[in-house]
Design a protein. Structure first.
Length: 167
């Protein structure tokens, strides 16, 4: 099984958004963030021709990112509470056990870095930093369990954009 991790794109400033009185859960991507994710998505499909399922944190900026990625792969994103910031990383492994094919998970830092770290080394702390819009591909050759993943690649949104532009 291949699991693609994507950090959401650039969102509005949290302090400025807080002045609106709305919860941070509904803070959207900026226009620049949306454009970069769309371009990164075009790079992703050159690296991964198919994704069976796209699951996203239910926070708006992650859902918007998942929608941009989903447009490239022809998939509608599924909101997954296990991808909320502060969730327990092992909950993702339990969810993945019931899924087949290649999966894309869209969420937040440092949570995604922690899940990736657990997948690679069984560690509970994050040692994999993800910039906004970055993506990381892991491959599980057997059971989807902590410490069983193999890192395929880790790319920034800018690098994915370069891949999208390459002929």
């Amino acid at each position: 099984m291949e699991v693609l991790f994507v950090r959401h794109g650039r969102a509005g400033n949290p302090q400025v958004f807080a002045r609106t009185g709305k919860p941070d859960d509904v803070r959207p991507l900026t226009e620049e963030g949306r454009r970069r994710i769309q371009k990164a998505g075009r790079g992703l499909i050159r690296l991964i021709p198919e994704v069976s399922v796209i699951a996203s944190s239910p926070l708006l900026r992650a859902l918007q990112t998942a929608t941009c990625v989903g447009e490239v792969f022809g998939r509608e994103p599924l909101a997954l509470p296990q991808l909320r910031p502060g969730a327990e990383p092992t909950a993702i492994f339990r969810w993945l056990a019931d899924v087949s094919g290649s999966v894309a998970l869209v969420g937040h830092a440092p949570f995604l870095g922690r899940v990736i770290s657990v997948a690679l080394a069984g560690e509970g702390h994050s040692f994999v930093p993800l910039k906004r819009g970055a993506a990381c591909l892991l491959r599980f050759s057997g059971a989807v369990r902590p410490g069983r993943a193999e890192l395929q690649w880790l790319l920034t949104a800018r690098q994915l954009g370069y891949i999208a532009e390459a002929s």
